[in-house]
Write a protein that binds this ligand. Structure first.
Ligand SMILES: C[S@@+](CC[C@H](N)C(=O)[O-])C[C@H]1O[C@@H](n2cnc3c(N)ncnc32)[C@H](O)[C@@H]1O
Length: 285
């Protein structure tokens, strides 16, 4: 299914950390982490596994991990993007697609008027229910049953979905979400956490030189976003980039120092293009 022939989500940096030779986390030998759940056949099936749910929340986003630190900085950037592109966001009707265990819901509920989370995995949603019991969630397949997902949204977010979802699934979902925006002023905020113009380029070179046969690192770039936007009737109106230190640096330097460096560099002119993580703010074309 995955036409890019990248490692499946459970074997890569997305929601895996340091478990395989292909992970960008393993540029220098990482400390051992709990074993990852086995991958499923498709991206949508992967997160139906309770072990994956547990992995995502308690390992990927464990306190002090690379992902946890970046998420703290991302929240600052998200607040700025919302203030700039949706100044009336406190009254907005918002939807978080592929909401998973509710990480984005917990942040967005403080930012908007009304909020709903949508995901295909009942297991992920069960965890979200514990984390953000006040936010309604819908278990739905937006492609097969678009009517199950409410429309007329002022803000739609979807994080950590673009990079590892299979291209046909990715495009079909984003296209369906465009139809759920209220107007030309409504915004969609998506992200990549695998910008190839980042330290991941070095990891890819390392793999091709020293690890022949290893799966390619997944990538989704600014250019990929622009092309996708054009195909589904969106236009890019804003960006923010961050994530310059490879995860192994977090194992060498104190977390607080890593966070300070990442914060200092986050979303600086030109440099933002070289962060692993990029936010895309989009409006209907
Ligand atoms: C890596 S998790 C991201 C969760 C959350 N957005 C976050 O950033 O913490 C990817 C999520 O995409 C969901 N997903 C996969 N395929 C989907 C689909 N076809 N429709 C809706 N959600 C889907 C998975 O169930 C999983 O919860």
């Amino acid at each position: 299914m995955n036409q890019q022939r990248t490692a499946p989500p459970t074997a890569l940096g997305d929601d895996s950390r340091s478990m395989t030779v292909t992970s960008a986390d393993s540029i220098i030998a990482p400390p051992p982490l709990p074993r990852k759940p086995a991958p499923r056949e498709t991206y949508s099936q992967t997160y139906q596994d309770p072990a994956q749910v547990h992995w995502y929340d308690s390992t990927v986003y464990a306190k002090g991990t690379h992902d946890d630190v970046l998420w703290r900085i991302e929240q600052t950037l998200m607040t700025r993007l919302l203030n700039r592109h949706a100044p009336d966001h406190a009254r907005a009707d918002a939807l978080d697609f592929a909401c998973g265990t509710g990480r984005i819901l917990a942040f967005m509920r403080e930012q908007v008027g009304t909020l709903v989370g949508v995901d295909i995995s009942p297991e992920m949603l069960a965890r979200a229910k514990q984390k953000v019991p006040d936010v309604p969630t819908i278990c739905a397949n937006i492609i097969d049953n678009p009517q199950d997902v409410p429309g007329n949204k002022d803000i739609i977010t979807s994080f950590r979905f673009l990079l590892l979802s299979e291209p046909p699934l990715r495009e079909a979902c984003i296209r369906a979400l465009v139809g759920k925006l209220r107007s030309n002023q409504s915004i969609m905020i998506l992200n990549t956490h695998g910008n190839p113009r980042s330290f991941r380029a070095l990891a890819s070179i390392r793999n091709s030189m020293f690890r022949p046969g290893s799966l390619k690192l997944a990538k989704f770039s600014l250019g990929d976003m622009k092309q996708l936007a054009e195909r589904v009737g969106l236009r890019l109106v804003g960006t923010a980039g961050l994530g310059y230190l490879p995860p192994f640096v977090y194992k060498i330097l104190p977390t607080s120092l890593c966070e300070s460096m990442e914060r200092l560099l986050a979303n600086k002119p030109i440099l933002w293009r070289f962060g692993t993580h990029i936010f895309f703010v989009l409006k209907k074309a």
